[in-house]
Design a binder for this molecule. Structure first.
Ligand SMILES: [Fe+2]
Length: 375
């Protein structure tokens, strides 16, 4: 796990963090939206104040591609940088991490798809998250789109765990309600999938359970008011917990399917999760009945005297209600998904690393059935 610096104003410690890691010239990776909000400048100023020189890369899209990673790594090498600072949401942080792979390992980012294919150490990584969502600031994951194959690559390696993660709740207040809802449901999906993962452990359970409770208590409030700093802070903690849980327990079918859909459509990752989560929960419930009963309880449902199956139904209904309450998309077709994509999405999702830890074995036909249910 990285060193985590948490709290209002912690964004200004990015430069010191880089200096402590021995950096002299940092590549700051960000995007136009985060730059317009002023956070990129703030991080660059902290680097300059720490005596570092800075190179800035902002060419990151919402579903970042291998070309963006190559351009970012090319700038790192051209400008003789020796550390990478990501300032943004999951897309920015994933590009920062993936560019760091190429900076010291070379080759094409496709060479590192899957689990544990990085063999040389990465440059120092400092991540400043601007969303309570991706968990990329603490996880060993990076997700990058390969446009040629229309496939989101899941890259998993201990090397991708950042050295320092900076979580400043004040930064989250500039995020729109729409993005707060989408990234918040991504957090809840991370927590639920890691809790029912076949790779879960007592340690990941602690983080997953805390995250589920915090999402149930504070996601609605966090979406409802940009000024509710307490709710935003609690969702930032929920995101950290979920990131620590899934970094070690990995995820499941929701994310495998979401990555596959994301390779074909420019949807927000959290929106796809929001639609697929209840359907996958129904499919998985029989494989981990006690765990789904726990989830219902953690979400605040009264499960006294209920069977595991009855409690699972409550958990699923709770998740569906939450998505409605915060205005998340409820169907795939509502987002623009086309039914004819189902066969290819079903096949590709089986290849995703996240499918390995789903609690119930799943076939392409069963994935297709879930997609039809979610249309
Ligand atoms: Fe996610």
């Amino acid at each position: 796990m990285p060193e985590v610096i948490f709290g209002k104003g912690s964004i200004d410690q990015a430069g010191d963090g880089c200096a402590r890691l021995g950096a002299q010239r940092v590549l700051v990776v960000s995007d136009d939206g985060v730059q317009a909000a002023g956070w990129t400048e703030r991080v660059m100023e902290s680097c300059l104040s720490a005596g570092l020189s800075v190179s800035l890369f902002t060419g990151v899209s919402i579903n970042p591609t291998s070309e963006e990673v190559e351009a970012c790594a090319g700038q790192y090498i051209h400008d003789s940088c020796d550390a990478v600072v990501g300032v943004g949401g999951g897309s920015v942080l994933d590009v920062a991490k993936a560019a760091a792979i190429l900076a010291t390992n070379g080759g094409h980012i496709r060479d590192y798809e899957g689990i544990d294919h990085i063999h040389r150490p990465l440059p120092p990584l400092v991540m400043v998250t601007t969303t309570a969502g991706s968990g990329s600031d603490v996880s060993q994951f990076a997700i990058i789109l390969d446009p040629e194959r229309k496939k989101k690559m899941t890259i998993v390696s201990k090397s991708l765990v950042p050295d320092i993660s900076i979580v400043d709740p004040a930064v989250l207040s500039t995020k729109s309600a729409r993005l707060t809802a989408s990234t918040g449901l991504d957090v809840l999906t991370h927590a639920i999938e890691s809790y029912v993962s076949i790779a879960s452990t007592p340690l990941t359970d602690v983080h997953a359970k805390s995250s589920i409770q915090l999402c149930a208590k504070y996601l609605r409030e966090s979406v409802a008011s940009a000024d509710n700093q307490y709710a935003k802070e609690q969702m930032a903690i929920a995101s950290l917990h979920a990131g620590l849980a899934f970094s070690n327990a990995i995820l499941g079918a929701v994310h495998a399917i979401a990555h596959s859909i994301g390779g074909h459509y420019p949807f927000l990752h959290g929106d796809i999760n929001a639609v697929m989560l209840p359907h996958v929960m129904k499919f998985n419930a029989s494989a981990a009945p006690g765990r789904f009963k726990d989830i219902a309880h953690l979400l605040g449902e009264n499960t006294d005297g209920l069977s595991s199956s009855e409690a699972s139904d409550l958990a699923i209904a709770h998740v569906e209600r939450l998505a409605v309450d915060i205005g998340a998309p409820l169907t795939l077709t509502g987002m623009g998904f086309k039914e004819e994509s189902i066969p290819i999405i079903s096949e590709i999702s089986l290849e995703d690393a996240c499918m390995i830890t789903n609690p119930r074995m799943i076939t392409a036909d069963e994935v297709a059935a879930l997609l039809y249910q979610a249309l």
